[in-house]
Design a protein around this ligand. Sequence first.
Ligand SMILES: [Zn+2]
Length: 126
Amino acid sequence: MTHEKTCLQCHAAITGRSDKRFCTDQCRYLHNNLIKQQSQGERRIQQVNAALRKNRSILRQFSPLGKTTVSRQHLELAGFDFRFLTQVYRTQRGNTYHLCYDYGYLLLPDEKVLIVNWQPYMDERS
Ligand SMILES: [Zn+2]
Protein backbone atom coordinates (compact mmCIF):
# COMPACT_ATOMS: atom_id res chain seq x y z
CA MET A 1 0.00 0.00 0.00
CA THR A 2 1.53 3.27 -1.02
CA HIS A 3 0.27 6.42 0.57
CA GLU A 4 1.92 9.17 -1.41
CA LYS A 5 2.02 12.57 0.20
CA THR A 6 1.99 15.67 -1.96
CA CYS A 7 3.33 19.15 -1.45
CA LEU A 8 0.75 21.63 -0.13
CA GLN A 9 2.04 24.27 -2.52
CA CYS A 10 2.84 22.58 -5.84
CA HIS A 11 1.26 19.13 -5.28
CA ALA A 12 4.43 17.32 -6.26
CA ALA A 13 5.02 13.99 -4.56
CA ILE A 14 6.99 14.26 -1.35
CA THR A 15 9.68 11.79 -0.53
CA GLY A 16 11.44 11.36 2.76
CA ARG A 17 10.11 12.01 6.24
CA SER A 18 6.41 11.38 6.63
CA ASP A 19 5.72 14.64 8.42
CA LYS A 20 6.96 16.81 5.57
CA ARG A 21 4.29 19.04 4.09
CA PHE A 22 6.30 20.67 1.33
CA CYS A 23 8.64 19.32 -1.31
CA THR A 24 11.17 22.12 -0.92
CA ASP A 25 11.96 25.04 1.33
CA GLN A 26 10.91 27.31 -1.50
CA CYS A 27 7.42 25.79 -1.61
CA ARG A 28 7.11 26.12 2.17
CA TYR A 29 8.18 29.76 1.90
CA LEU A 30 5.74 30.50 -0.94
CA HIS A 31 2.88 28.81 0.85
CA ASN A 32 3.46 30.60 4.14
CA ASN A 33 3.74 33.93 2.38
CA LEU A 34 0.48 33.35 0.59
CA ILE A 35 -1.29 32.51 3.85
CA LYS A 36 0.17 35.63 5.45
CA GLN A 37 -0.91 37.80 2.53
CA GLN A 38 -4.43 36.40 2.64
CA SER A 39 -4.80 37.01 6.35
CA GLN A 40 -3.41 40.54 5.99
CA GLY A 41 -6.01 41.17 3.30
CA GLU A 42 -8.79 39.80 5.49
CA ARG A 43 -7.63 41.89 8.41
CA ARG A 44 -7.61 45.00 6.24
CA ILE A 45 -11.13 44.26 5.01
CA GLN A 46 -12.30 43.95 8.60
CA GLN A 47 -10.59 47.21 9.58
CA VAL A 48 -12.18 49.12 6.72
CA ASN A 49 -15.59 47.55 7.33
CA ALA A 50 -15.41 48.52 10.99
CA ALA A 51 -14.47 52.13 10.10
CA LEU A 52 -17.32 52.34 7.61
CA ARG A 53 -19.85 50.93 10.06
CA LYS A 54 -18.69 53.35 12.71
CA ASN A 55 -19.00 56.30 10.32
CA ARG A 56 -22.45 55.15 9.30
CA SER A 57 -23.66 54.79 12.86
CA ILE A 58 -22.31 58.24 13.79
CA LEU A 59 -24.15 59.84 10.86
CA ARG A 60 -27.27 57.97 11.92
CA GLN A 61 -26.90 59.11 15.53
CA PHE A 62 -26.62 62.73 14.47
CA SER A 63 -29.36 62.55 11.91
CA PRO A 64 -31.67 59.51 11.99
CA LEU A 65 -33.88 61.06 9.34
CA GLY A 66 -31.25 62.90 7.35
CA LYS A 67 -31.08 66.58 6.38
CA THR A 68 -29.36 67.82 9.49
CA THR A 69 -26.52 70.28 9.61
CA VAL A 70 -23.81 69.66 12.18
CA SER A 71 -20.31 70.94 12.67
CA ARG A 72 -17.45 68.92 11.25
CA GLN A 73 -15.81 69.04 14.65
CA HIS A 74 -18.79 67.38 16.33
CA LEU A 75 -18.56 64.50 13.91
CA GLU A 76 -14.83 64.17 14.44
CA LEU A 77 -15.20 64.26 18.21
CA ALA A 78 -17.70 61.43 17.93
CA GLY A 79 -15.03 59.44 16.08
CA PHE A 80 -16.10 60.04 12.52
CA ASP A 81 -13.26 59.36 10.07
CA PHE A 82 -13.65 61.34 6.86
CA ARG A 83 -11.23 59.07 5.01
CA PHE A 84 -13.64 56.14 4.86
CA LEU A 85 -16.65 56.17 2.57
CA THR A 86 -18.51 53.78 0.33
CA GLN A 87 -19.62 55.99 -2.51
CA VAL A 88 -19.41 59.43 -4.05
CA TYR A 89 -22.42 61.11 -5.62
CA ARG A 90 -22.07 64.31 -7.61
CA THR A 91 -25.18 66.37 -8.21
CA GLN A 92 -25.88 68.23 -11.42
CA ARG A 93 -25.15 71.44 -9.57
CA GLY A 94 -21.69 70.13 -8.79
CA ASN A 95 -22.15 69.24 -5.15
CA THR A 96 -20.46 66.08 -4.02
CA TYR A 97 -22.11 63.81 -1.51
CA HIS A 98 -19.94 61.33 0.30
CA LEU A 99 -21.78 58.24 1.42
CA CYS A 100 -21.33 55.61 4.07
CA TYR A 101 -23.85 53.01 3.02
CA ASP A 102 -27.31 54.54 3.54
CA TYR A 103 -26.13 57.81 5.09
CA GLY A 104 -24.02 60.51 3.61
CA TYR A 105 -22.90 64.07 3.93
CA LEU A 106 -22.15 67.21 2.02
CA LEU A 107 -19.38 69.49 3.19
CA LEU A 108 -20.67 73.03 3.68
CA PRO A 109 -18.79 76.26 4.20
CA ASP A 110 -17.60 77.18 7.70
CA GLU A 111 -16.71 73.61 8.69
CA LYS A 112 -20.34 72.55 8.59
CA VAL A 113 -21.62 69.24 7.34
CA LEU A 114 -25.06 68.46 5.97
CA ILE A 115 -26.06 64.89 6.75
CA VAL A 116 -28.32 63.24 4.20
CA ASN A 117 -29.91 59.88 3.57
CA TRP A 118 -28.84 57.81 0.62
CA GLN A 119 -31.38 57.94 -2.22
CA PRO A 120 -31.82 55.34 -4.98
CA TYR A 121 -30.99 57.88 -7.70
CA MET A 122 -27.53 58.19 -6.20
CA ASP A 123 -26.75 54.73 -7.60
CA GLU A 124 -27.60 55.70 -11.16
CA ARG A 125 -24.70 56.23 -13.47
CA SER A 126 -24.82 59.54 -15.24
ZN1 LIG B 1 6.26 21.87 -3.79
